[in-house]
Design a binder for this molecule. Structure first.
Ligand code: GCO
Ligand code: MG
Length: 413
């Protein structure tokens, strides 16, 4: 059979998502996630204007060949827009192949290597008391790993700290619409001071260890804000608190920065949510400068290339920590779950539950229970987009914030 229809939908059930639908000549439908937070329409155009017509008539079973065709055809390789577009096609084709086989996708990837995927969730608070409450709630619900982010005295709203609105069901949504809910015209601006952050955070980890003991896995995201020497010092200072990982301590472009961090500390390191190919990891993996690969399946070319990347990492004893914030759609999340269930070098899965509105539009068969996720046993990826429900939520532009240092200079957000 062949690919007959390729459709792109941009919908905003609570937040924006770009979803690819591929239909075969015998009517099998596959879904792919192409959401690139804050730059959604670029990927939608890439798929609609430059990819869709080239797929019509191709054999849907030739997944590797289609991946290579899309990677090589434009001449301009890599980059987040291109790799998110390729990822969406790749996911949709794996979805179709597994549906045709009548199996959940993880079976085609080698079958389950574990019963379920351990997740980490996001606990945050503007101050220690509210962070402590958030961690307590999660621990009581059975969660074994928490990512902790907290407000820094003297700074306003910062990355990773939820608004803590009463009744808020999910933790943190960094892409902002305008205050009245309509499309934003520009990013919000936040203020940052690395010195204040570096002097505050070790004390927070010390208190968490004291209050929650040694079993709890504690993770933290530096969101690319430290210089190499600042990160080296920080990773060394926090060693006694035994973090599961320190994520994105330095800017992602500079792979060699992590050499300096590694020379000074045994705090495990994770990086990669802004990466999009295996080449972004070449130095990091071959020199064993990291412990966890943080790429999203959605931003790294899909299941085909993520599987190769993680197999390469496995040779060096490096594990997965696949990106799973709310800006990865339920389709992208399902792809991460099937892959994570199948590979041997699974580390942990990030889990930030989608809002109820999102889950009315995407029907999912994956399930969460007491700190673990399972992709479910529906054939394929196990996620279907309800197109008529999706049509009610028009695209609404939202931007990720930007950061300025206290003297007004631009800094990494
Ligand atoms: C994470 C990430 C996210 C990103 C977001 C940007 O570790 O989950 O840092 O919170 O900020 O995905 O779109
Ligand atoms: Mg992160």
């Amino acid at each position: 059979m062949t690919i007959e229809l390729v459709d792109v939908s941009v919908t905003s059930p609570g937040r924006n998502f770009v979803t690819l639908k591929i239909t075969t000549s015998d009517g099998v439908v596959g879904w792919g996630d192409a959401t690139l937070n804050g730059r959604e329409l670029s990927v939608a155009s890439y798929l609609r204007d430059h990819v869709a017509s080239t797929l019509i008539g191709r054999d849907e079973d030739r997944i590797e060949d289609t991946w290579q065709y899309l990677y090589r055809a434009p001449y301009w390789r890599r980059g987040p827009v291109t790799m998110a577009a390729i990822a969406a096609v790749d996911m949709a084709l794996w979805d179709i192949k597994a549906k045709k086989a009548g199996m959940p996708l993880y079976q085609l990837l080698g079958g389950a290597s574990r019963d379920a995927l351990r997740v980490y969730v996001h606990a945050s608070g503007a101050d220690y008391a509210s962070l402590h409450d958030a961690v307590t709630r999660y621990v009581e619900s059975g969660v074994t790993a928490v990512r902790v982010q907290t407000g820094i005295p003297g700074l306003g709203q910062i990355y990773g700290v939820a608004s803590n609105k009463p009744g808020a069901k999910y933790d943190y949504e960094p892409a902002k619409r305008a205050a009245d809910g309509s499309s934003a015209t520009r990013p919000a601006e936040e203020e940052w001071d690395t010195r204040k952050y570096l002097s505050h955070m070790p004390g927070v980890f010390a208190r968490l260890r004291e209050d929650f003991g040694t079993d709890l896995r504690i993770l933290h995201d530096g969101h690319h804000r430290m210089s190499p020497i600042e990160a080296a010092r920080f990773a060394k200072d926090i060693e006694p608190y035994d973090l599961f990982w320190l994520e994105d301590c330095t800017p992602g472009e500079d792979q060699s920065a992590l050499r300096l961090v590694r020379q000074h500390s045994t705090t495990p390191l994770a990086i990669g949510e802004v990466f999009n190919t295996v080449y972004d990891y070449q130095t990091l993996i071959t020199e064993r400068l990291i412990d966890y690969v943080r790429s999203a399946v959605t931003h790294t070319g899909g299941i085909t290339s993520m599987k190769k990347l993680l197999d390469f990492a496995a040779v060096y004893g490096i594990k997965s920590g696949i990106h799973g914030p709310t800006d990865i759609s339920p389709v992208g999340m399902a792809a991460a779950l099937h892959l994570g269930l199948a590979i041997h070098n699974f580390g942990i899965q990030e889990y930030m539950p989608h809002s109820e509105t999102t889950l009315e539009v995407f029907q999912t068969s994956y399930s969460y229970e007491r700190g673990y996720l399972h992709p479910g046993d529906a054939p394929g990826l196990g996620v279907e987009l309800d197109e008529s429900a999706a049509a009610a939520f028009e695209y609404t532009k939202a931007y990720l914030p930007v950061n300025r240092l206290t003297d007004g200079s631009m800094h990494d957000w």
